[in-house]
Design a protein around this ligand. Sequence first.
Ligand SMILES: *Cc1c(COP(=O)(O)O)cnc(C)c1O
Length: 415
Amino acid sequence: MWYWKKLSQEERKTRIQEALLENINFIEDISLGYPASKLDGQVFYDAPFLKEAPTLQTFVANPNHIGCHTLGASENVFSGTHELEREVLNVLAVDVFKAKPHSFDGYISPGGTEANIQALWMYRNYFRYKKEAELHEIAILASEDTHYSIPKGANLLHLDWIKVPVATDTRAIDKNALEKLVIEAKQNGKKYFIVVSNLGTTMFGSVDHPEDYISVLEKHHLDYKLHIDGAYGGFVYPFSNESSTINFSNPNISSITIDAHKMLQAPYGTGVFICRKGLIENVLTKEAAYVEGMDLTLCGSRSGANAIAVWMILFTYGPNGWFEKVSVLQMRTQFLCKELDRLGIVYFREPHMNIVTLDATYIPKSLAAKYHLVPENHHGDNLWYKIVLMHHVEVEHLTTFIADLKAALLCLKTN
Ligand SMILES: *Cc1c(COP(=O)(O)O)cnc(C)c1O
């Protein structure tokens, strides 16, 4: 660990208050030029307790983190909290995802959707500018279990998405089908591939093997860039599977999305985008002249309080504390799986993830509704329901659910 450590409450408070002092203070400093201020004091008044709650204090101070703070200059009036955003990125890129220090760019984005679209946008432009690719020569390659932010991005960016089928039971990429699709795409004039490999799919928690894509694309001598969508699994998998190589130690992996507002329980608006140096310049908007430094992001203004919230969580737990938290969730997941095995219920679980996806034929609709299980499909045929073993999902709740399920299954059998 280069950057990540556990800090005491007092240390965290001091660090954030120092950062806020380095930022502009809209009350005390004269600042005439920004369409920005602290939050409206009629509503968000400076209560004395805020001094003890540094994240809320930052929220009220309202720093703007517009732009990217790992490259070039940034708005100097918020330099204090920008530094803390960089600390978060250092922890995630270097300590968690094994990048070399100072070898990456990134930012805290509004969410995983933006981070994924940022990646697609960056690679599309990379192929356009650096390889003189035509739009129709570029395709996105991702599995059928991929999050819908990828088809959303494909639509925005006018790119084709080649949807790779997965096996029904293992949710693993069908490598033969992948190769067939790639050959077909090549015949249809596709030369450049943007691969999105999942580090935890939303419905199953399944983890794609980046090597499946790499081996097929290299076999056919095709140009590609590889993005990891770790929005779901980014704060779990690297801790539950410490020998994981789905990180920047693999030279073929160029970027990663991670969501802090899922497993890390950060407030919404805390996606994370990280990429290797030399890529993010492809999305520079030259027209962003009023912003100090370069705007290399999809969104414009964004709250600095979100960066501070993630910083607070990371430095409250420290690496060992977070490992312990993930381990507890793993134990609860194992408990649930054991009970399901006992009942002979068919389910999918990636062994390093805290998600269990149940075959819907075993689950009465009323039970799914009672326990707020999320269906794969809210509209047509629903084949699966998932249970996500979050912090608030305790063994006690699981045993209640299992007892209910047992009773329901008995009813089915006797009828
Ligand atoms: C949730 C999720 C996203 C999108 O994240 P938002 O933060 O909701 O925009 C992207 N990919 C995966 C795998 C996800 O689970």
